[in-house]
Design a protein around this ligand. Sequence first.
Ligand code: GSH
Length: 307
Amino acid sequence: MGQLIDGQWVTDEQAGSISKSGEWTRTPSVLRGGLEPEDVTPGRYHLYAAWNCPWAHRVLLTRALLGLQEVLPVSLVAPKRTEDGWVFDPENGYIDQLTERRALHEVYAAGQADYTGRVTVPLLVDTKTGALISNESADLVRMLPPAFAHLAERPRDLYPAELAKDIDAWNALIHTKLNNGVYQAGFAESQPAYDAAVSSVFETLDTIEAALENKPYLTGDDLTEADIRLFPTLARFDVAYYSAFKCMRRRIQDYPNLWPFARRFYALPGIAETVKFDIYRKGYFSQSPKRNPLGIIPIAPDIDWSI
Ligand SMILES: N[C@@H](CCC(=O)N[C@@H](CS)C(=O)NCC(=O)O)C(=O)O
């Protein structure tokens, strides 16, 4: 792995950092641009994503829910990290549709010659100006529905004003304690850091389980950003986080409300195409000096995601 410094690729050990007490934190995104609806035409913007990345998954879910597949093309990097960071793998169908580059850091450097920072997915690029617009999934999930409303097959408001406060609270909780929480458990380098992370993951799942008791989605009858944040972690949980990140107190399948929620979400149009259980299993169990030195990938149980 590595990052760009003034447009030059430099390799390093791992994304994020480990504190003295063994806690892992994620490095923040640096591209935080926006979109104006009048600039949004079919094919003008291009998304870079990876099947295995839960943050990119938020954006792929938003794209699918709105039915933007035709108007917002996506290039997928191969679902594994290399010395060159994220790379394409044309032989296996992972092609940079826009510029036919070899590695994502080349896309970043082409869009911004002095870019300094991590080379992450998701990334939104303006094909007209060549500019890098945003590499922050939270911003992308917020900006795509209004900016693409006029082109969407299924336009929808994922952040209605009257629910904003409620959504903000769920978003913050899910992002910190769950989306990042599972990584904090998996990447912890001390027992106390691991214990704290796992307790917090399951406390959060319990809170969400209770909230879904009487409603189909977190803030009521309609799906919002909050549900979009929740789903990628649920989709990866039983096949990967449960074992690879040692989050073993319970499986998602064991929750009476969360499990139907996960399957209901999975059944929505376009969503199943964004979910790749085998890639999650192989990705989270890929060889790692600390977590899986021999790189043996376990055989997972079959899970029935149908409603
Ligand atoms: N804040 C970013 C985080 C994205 C992120 O961390 N992506 C990971 C993959 S899951 C990545 O590309 N990491 C590569 C690196 O940090 O070198 C977002 O939510 O969009």
